[in-house]
Structure formats: structure tokens, C-alpha cells
Design a protein around this ligand. Sequence first.
Ligand code: ZN
Length: 190
Amino acid sequence: MLRRRLVPLLAAALFALVGAPIATAPQAAAAVSPHAVTTVYYDASQAPDLADNITEAVQIWNDSVQNVRLVAGGPADVTISEGYGGGSYTIPEGLGAGEVYLDLQQAQEYNPTRIVAHELGHIYGLPDNYDGDCSILMSGHSAGTGCQTTHPSAGEAAQVDANFAGGFRAARLPAVYQGCFDRSPARQRA
Ligand SMILES: [Zn+2]
């Protein structure tokens, strides 16, 4: 997270260093964006079975929002792991950081890319919304195993862009998002 905060400072320092030459090279000045996109680095090395779904979900999010993007690499802000049982969940560590756990058992019942995209939605600060609406990502299990929606709705994408409109910032988030793809809340604690 430290590196992410340093980027604007480095950019400002670079600009100061090359400020004079830029005056004679307008094309270089155009590359300096007034609103830097927040880059969130992730490590999915502990989720090899769902690697393709993770790549797909990352691409979907990167195509859907403008103010934040996910990039594989480190030091990772987000670690993604997988295992059998327990239910998929996300433990946020502030906006744009945290741990994602993917339940391979649930990935056999639900669209696995939808599961990944949903958990990444939590990383971006979206809460669960179990209203059964398959047109959104955050409805999770409530939309049923047949729901194949893997893209955020326009509303969900707009909320994420709003969350990151000021770059990285502290946010009040729950300790954990869980029960995302459990068929019944009673299974959460099994
Ligand atoms: Zn969830």
C-alpha cells in the first residue's frame, strides 16, 4: 500500500525534474494525467485451479471501470487462494486490498468466474446484496446456481469508480464478507 501512495509523489517529482524539457516537448506533457488511476496488485499463485477464471474476472473489471485496475504482481495488495469447503469469502484490508478465498466446491455449483468477480467486487468496496437479482454481481448465491452474470452492472461499476474517484483512500469496511455463495445462511458456519 505504501508503494501505491508513493506513485503520485514520484510522478510529481519526475514532473518537477523534467518540467523544463516538457515545455519544448508538448507530446510528453500530454502523458501526465491529472487523475491517476489506482493500481491494485494481486497474487493468484495460491489459486492455480481457478487461474483462468481469475484472469477473466480481472479483465472484466478492468474493462468495466476507469479509476482502478488490477495487475498481477507484487508486492501484492490482494492475495487470492483456493481450497475445498468453507465458502468463498473476502477479508478486506482497506479499499483495494485484502484476502480472497475461493471455494472450489462452490465453483462446481456456481459459475466460477462470477464467484471471482463477486469477491473482487468486495475488494473494490461493494457490499453483498442478496436480492436474487441475476443482473448484478453482488447478489451472489441469491441469484441461484444458474445465474451466469460475470460482469458488474452499470450501477455496480459506477459505485466502484466513485469509491476510487479520489484515488486510494481509507474506507470503513466490514471485517469479512462471507456467505457469498452459500445456498443457505445456515451453511456458513458448517
Ligand atoms: Zn459476497
